[in-house]
Design a protein around this ligand. Structure first.
Ligand code: ADP
Ligand code: MG
Ligand code: ZN
Length: 417
């Protein structure tokens, strides 16, 4: 309604200081205010927190926020308090007195958002106490932790499936950046018995050109690619630690300012290399996947995979470090059959259940499908995240097809059939 729209915009502006909602936020907030359950799948940095913080303030009552890490909870509570919002957390890292004081504020109705770890929330005592209060909304952050198939399963999250029954009239929102179909279905089944509005949003990064090249001579291919991006910052991902160092040395020998980064290096070297990459422009970082978490450098011109990534999701996350400034950037991957064999071996050697292995192989198949498609790559990539897209005109397949009418497309379709 118009009035709800006014209210959520006013909260956005007055409390958080923003003029506009980011893609998806308004729709999620509307659904919650209308009393529906929501599963919101949005990439990291998309602004998931506001999706429950705004309705928490528009609605009356207490919003319970479940979050897996104490550090995350404390950051969020501190940020909300700075914005003048009565937020609290009760957790194991606080002194008993601090927790008691927080609970008093909650019980007296002052607190608007209460952040709890799942194991803290799901104690009988806490649930009993909360059931006497006016709970208006429950938010479950990092909701993929509930899925056994996800990369970050947490046993304490499983118990959250009881929330729906314990608070039958309270809308629940689950938030995650992990979007593969199996994990999503699992979250929906466990938290909502399949009855939630699912919103998958904003995964497109149209300024990143997507391309894949058959792997022949990685070093030469990499050098040729970098020559097209002289003086730009870039990230090169390699599968092994040894290879990052080899590649960095090779690039240095060829006049490229390159540094290596992997988990086997000393903390000092890693930090020094990361600082150089972050603060200088034109440095190429040759790294394993250990590099990247929390790296937010706007002017990374490309991400180059010398080896097959672990999954389509990992690929998406890794290439997402390019072009954050909105300028045209490139995601370039070398693709070789040997890499598929290596990845299959990794999966088979893992100490996990047969079912896990089966799913991991299937994820790998999806990635291979992306590598081998003759269709628009962005369509395939976004399709995997549940988004429909037009042919993008900014991937190798689109660009190959555009200017020519020599039957190349037809031949490929026939070969693919
Ligand atoms: P996520 O949890 O999806 O990774 P966050 O909720 O941490 O993302 O938000 C990422 C950043 O985006 C934060 O700095 C937040 O203040 C900012 N942000 C969120 N929504 C908006 C908006 N509508 N306008 C401007 N900035 C926003
Ligand atoms: Mg978040
Ligand atoms: Zn395309």
């Amino acid at each position: 309604s118009l009035r709800a729209d006014d209210r959520k915009r006013r909260v956005l502006k007055d409390v958080f200081g923003f003029d506009d909602f980011r893609p998806g936020q308004a729709a999620v907030i509307e659904a919650l205010l209308a009393g529906r359950h929501v599963l919101a799948v949005m990439p990291t940095g998309a602004g998931k927190s506001l999706c429950y913080q705004v309705p928490a303030l528009v609605k009356g009552g207490l919003t319970i926020v479940v979050s897996p890490l104490v550090a995350l909870m404390q950051d969020q509570v501190a940020a909300l308090r700075l914005a003048g919002v009565a937020a609290d957390t009760i957790n194991s890292s606080l002194e008993r007195e601090a927790n008691v004081a927080a609970w008093r504020r909650v019980a007296s109705g002052q607190t608007r958002l209460l952040y709890l770890a799942p194991e803290r929330l799901m104690t009988e005592r806490m649930l009993d106490a909360l059931s006497r209060l006016d709970v208006g909304l429950i938010a479950i952050d990092e909701a993929h932790c509930i899925s056994q198939w996800g990369p970050a399963f947490r046993r304490e999250y499983e118990d959250l499936s009881r929330l729906r029954g314990l608070f039958p009239d309270v809308p629940i929102i689950a938030l995650t950046a992990t979007a593969d179909e199996a994990t999503r279905a699992d979250i929906e089944a466990r938290l909502f018995a399949g009855r939630a509005e699912t919103l998958v949003l904003g995964f497109d990064r149209p300024n990143i050109k997507l391309a894949i090249e058959p792997k022949q001579d990685s070093k030469r291919q990499l050098l040729r690619f970098i020559e097209r991006h002289q003086g730009k910052s870039g990230i090169i991902y390699c599968l092994s630690r040894r290879k990052t160092e080899e590649m960095a040395a090779f690039l240095e020998k060829n006049g490229v300012r390159a540094l290596a980064y992997h988990a086997g290096m000393s903390k000092e070297t890693r930090e020094a290399n990361q600082n150089a990459f972050m603060s200088l422009s034109g440095v190429v970082m040759v790294a394993t996947i250990a590099f990247g978490m929390g790296i937010d450098k706007p002017d990374v011109a490309y991400v180059f995979h010398t080896d097959l990534p672990g999954s389509l999701e990992a690929y998406y996350q890794e290439i997402g470090r390019a072009g954050r400034d909105g300028r045209s950037a490139e995601a370039h991957m070398l693709y070789g059959l040997g890499d598929i064999r290596t990845r299959r071996m990794f999966i088979d050697d893992e100490d996990t259940s047969t079912e896990h292995k089966r799913r991991a192989h299937r994820r790998l198949d999806t990635l291979i499908g992306y590598c081998e498609t003759a269709q628009c790559r962005r369509q395939v990539l976004l399709g995997y995240f549940g988004e429909d897209a037009q042919a993008c005109g900014n991937c190798d397949n689109c660009l190959d097809q555009a200017p020519r009418a020599d039957g190349g497309t037809e031949a490929r379709i026939i070969l693919a059939a």
